[in-house]
Design a binder for this molecule. Structure first.
Ligand SMILES: [Fe+2]
Length: 444
């Protein structure tokens, strides 16, 4: 039997067959300084004549929206701007964006902004292209989990932050207000048709935003690298169909390649990119790493640090992040809510795949010459803590307003995130989650 490396032995789960194959789906992307000016020619080549340009009120006054709009108009394309995307999108803001798309009868979509804006454009495009009840396409069990029936209208995604990778994922995340939970829509049809990734956008990001974005990208890569191997995922998806293999299929040979490169770039550049806003080379490297990490987790899936992050951001009381984040409401930025869980998680998951954790630390630049493989979880946790300190990050969940008394409530809120929790390399119960939250309260 073919076995490419030990991690991908076909162990499966007793009595079941593991999935021996994996599928990779990536979209067309362009990376490089000034590439936002190519928006018009890409739109023309995709057959667009009248586009909806999605952005938000933070981004609309930056030069990037004007650059993209000018390029589209110079190519003879009509542009209607929608700038009411919300920073933490909700079903309400997705529906409003979809109504704009339906009324405008557009033949293409362009998004200019962070992950929230790009996710909103994906959802608007979906409901304008294949109208249905809002919950129809939302992940089960919260929604109906109905497969998206076919391709959407073309969408060009132009990220203005360097973390989410949304420009290369088939995922749109939002808060479902009625049930007070974070959920999403997942489909390869949500992958934007093109991504224009211009590292010049990082010049206007504050150090705090680069830090949170960079740690989000780091986590996408490290969670993909330490995720349960695809070959251990039980092939019992209802009516398993190779053409519909889930994109969060677990770690695989291809995602390993992306994770290695993203971790290497982030290890070499993140601290410099945060501490020196004029270091264009370091910031550009983080932008590229975020792109690569986005493709990586889109084809492998995240696990516990992301699964736990939704509880950390959802139960926030009064924390407001300094350094350029909106101050109108309490919020833990996404990258922060993820990486604050990470050292505690890797101390726990290390046991399941010690070499992978040690390799992760080495890709990030840790000296592992004297480390024993069985210490992999602790070594990668220590490297993450060192990086968090180097960019003056909060020292754990205590610093964003939580105490050990909140661990059970956080676990209760995180547990329904089974899609990502089941991608972890170890079994996780609610009790485990509470322990992991307790371990994330204070690192130094
Ligand atoms: Fe993320």
């Amino acid at each position: 039997m073919y076995r490419c490396c030990r991690y991908y032995g076909l162990e499966g789960v007793a009595g079941h067959e593991g999935d021996a194959a994996f599928s990779v789906e990536v979209n067309h992307f362009t990376f490089g300084p000034g590439c936002l000016r190519e928006a018009g020619s890409h739109a023309r080549s995709l057959g667009m004549h009248r586009v909806a340009l999605y952005t938000d009120k933070q981004v609309r006054d930056l030069p990037y929206v004007a650059t993209v709009k000018r390029s589209l108009e110079a190519a003879g394309i009509d542009v209607a701007i929608y700038w009411e995307c919300e920073v933490e999108p909700t079903d309400r803001s997705f529906k409003a964006a979809a109504a704009f798309a339906q009324e405008g009868r557009f033949d293409g979509f362009v998004s200019v902004g962070g992950g929230s804006v790009i996710d909103t454009a994906k959802a608007a495009n979906l409901y304008a292209s294949h109208p249905d009840d809002f919950l129809a396409y939302v992940n089960a069990p919260i929604g109906q989990g109905k497969p998206v029936p076919g391709p959407l209208k073309p969408h060009i995604a132009c990220p203005t932050t360097c973390g989410t990778g949304s420009e290369v994922t088939g995922i749109a995340i939002f808060d479902l207000l009625e049930q007070q939970c974070k959920t999403g829509i997942l489909s390869r049809h949500l992958l934007p048709s093109r991504a224009l990734v211009d590292p010049d956008v990082t010049h206007t990001l504050t150090p705090a935003i680069v830090a949170a974005n960079g740690f989000d990208a780091l986590s996408h890569a490290l969670e993909s690298y330490t995720a349960r191997p695809h070959s251990a995922k039980v092939k019992n998806y209802e009516g398993f169909d190779g053409a519909r293999r889930p994109m969060n299929q677990g770690a695989n040979l291809w995602s390993d390649m992306g994770a290695r490169e993203a971790l290497r770039l982030i290890g070499q550049n993140l601290v410099r990119a945060v501490n020196d806003p004029d270091d264009a080379q370091a910031r550009g490297s983080i932008m590229y790493a975020a792109l690569v990490a986005g493709m990586t987790f889109s084809n492998a899936g995240c696990h516990l640090p992301h699964g736990m992050s939704y509880a950390v951001s959802g139960l926030v009381r009064d924390f407001k992040a300094p350094g350029g984040y909106p101050q109108d409401a309490p919020m833990v930025p996404h990258g922060m809510s993820v990486v604050l869980n990470a050292p505690s998680v890797y101390r726990f998951t290390g046991e399941a795949a010690p070499e992978r954790h040690l390799e992760g630390a080495a890709f990030l630049g840790a000296d592992v010459r004297d480390a024993r493989p069985e210490d992999g979880g602790e070594v990668v946790a220590a490297k993450l803590i060192e990086m968090m300190q180097a960019v003056r990050f909060p020292n754990g969940l205590n610093a964003v307003g939580y105490s050990e008394a909140d661990a059970e409530a956080l676990a209760e809120r995180a547990f329904p995130q089974q899609r990502v929790i089941q991608n972890a390399p170890r079994e996780v119960t609610k009790t485990t989650l509470a322990e992991l939250f307790r371990g994330a309260m204070r690192y130094w």
